[in-house]
Design a protein around this ligand. Structure first.
Ligand code: SAH
Length: 353
């Protein structure tokens, strides 16, 4: 059956017209789902019983179950959700002084193979639907009673490899009759799928684009991120310049610092050379070591030196605060966990050791 949360408002109007209803009904249903956050058609009290029955025959309302919830010392909460087909995904809620941010997953597994990321090495299962992406926000808001103000696509998966569903999810999140979170409060992070960056620039959605850059030469970047073989740095930067020109939005470059790999003065110098004159910001991430990973975190001293070098040479750079590292919820630590199908449904086993 079709999940009603998969439709943006325009699509839902078309769906309702198809079953002989007036488009305004779609607005009512959309508000019930994304603003009142109801979990069943029966709660939609201004919809006639007859229409509710009709809807139940055509659609389901997918509501995730929480399989596991871990809270960090710093208040970060990591959720493991049952996506109702035997798979599970992780979502992270972070608290900042300016509000709550949610880090959502876009796929079950990831195809990109970045060497420093915990989502690597696990099988790619499938992309999430737009309803499943939005449901992560609804489920966390329902569980905590808080209102989320920022959404970052930095969980498991490559959002631009699930382009249509991610864009559709953003339309739902962004709609004033939906979750009503402004596009400027939504960030998409990509490992650098160049053709999709050009496409995103044409969407007229002023969300923030984050580029996982991490290195300044093709040799180094390819060793960290195989996607660089398909879309090398010069093509990536060209696409970023096009994005900035068309959207007038500042790009955020993510740079995870790994000891003796990409954290010396020469790297900082090359980074300045690469980004000079671009409307951008650099987000330095102390790399989180993953199990069996060969990259280790740079020293605090090196991280600060790196930041200072960039700032002194006209590139705005900040160091990302590490949140949730004690519950494996920090950048790159998320990984798909399998549901063990043994009847009780709640036992978990990690798919990869
Ligand atoms: N696939 C997308 C989004 C998911 S990763 C992307 O590549 O951007 C979100 C961010 O965490 C990316 O910048 C990614 O490079 C970074 N990241 C992954 N593993 C990390 C690790 N071990 N330490 C620090 N950052 C990491």
């Amino acid at each position: 059956m079709k999940n009603i949360k998969d439709y943006n408002l325009e699509e839902l109007k078309q769906e309702l017209v198809k079953i002989g209803e007036k488009p305004f009904r779609a607005e009512q249903i959309f508000k019930w789902i994304f603003q009142e956050k109801v979990k069943s058609f029966d709660e939609m009290t201004n919809i006639s019983l007859e229409l509710r029955e009709k809807l139940k025959k055509e659609y389901t309302i997918c509501n995730f179950n929480i399989l596991k919830k871990q809270e960090s010392k710093d208040g970060t909460i990591k959720y493991l959700f049952d996506v109702l087909d035997g798979n599970a995904i992780e979502t992270v809620l972070m608290s900042y002084h300016h509000g709550y941010s949610i880090c959502v997953s876009s796929q079950i597994g990831c195809k990109m193979g970045c060497k420093f990321c915990a989502s690597t090495g696990i099988n790619f299962i499938r992309s999430l639907t737009s309803g499943e992406i939005v449901e992560q926000i609804l489920a966390v808001e329902q569980d905590t009673g808080i209102r989320i103000s920022n959404v970052v696509f930095m969980g498991i998966g490559e959002p631009l490899d699930n382009y249509d569903n991610v864009i559709n999810a953003i339309r739902i999140i962004n709609n004033p009759k939906g979750l009503n979170i402004g596009a400027r409060h939504i960030s998409i992070s990509t490992s650098g799928l160049v053709p999709k960056i050009y496409k995103l620039a044409e969407e007229n959605i002023p969300c923030t684009l984050s580029i996982s850059l991490h290195a300044t030469t093709n040799e180094k970047r390819s060793k960290m991120m195989p996607v660089n073989d398909a879309y090398p740095i010069e093509e990536l930067i060209k696409a970023c310049k096009d994005y900035i020109k068309k959207t007038n939005r500042r790009i955020s470059f993510e740079y995870a610092l790994a000891k003796d790999n990409n954290d010396n003065k020469e790297d900082a110098k090359e980074l300045v050379h690469l980004l000079k004159g671009m409307l951008c910001h650099v987000n330095l991430i102390p790399i989180n070591k993953i199990e069996n990973g060969s990259f280790t975190k740079s020293s605090n001293e090196n991280i600060m030196k790196f930041r200072d070098y960039l700032n002194d040479h006209g590139i705005v750079a900040t160091i990302r605060r590490e949140l949730g590292s004690d519950i494996d919820a920090a950048c790159g630590q998320l990984r798909r966990k399998n549901l063990r199908q043994n009847g009780d449904g709640a036992n978990l086993s990690q798919s990869v050791k």
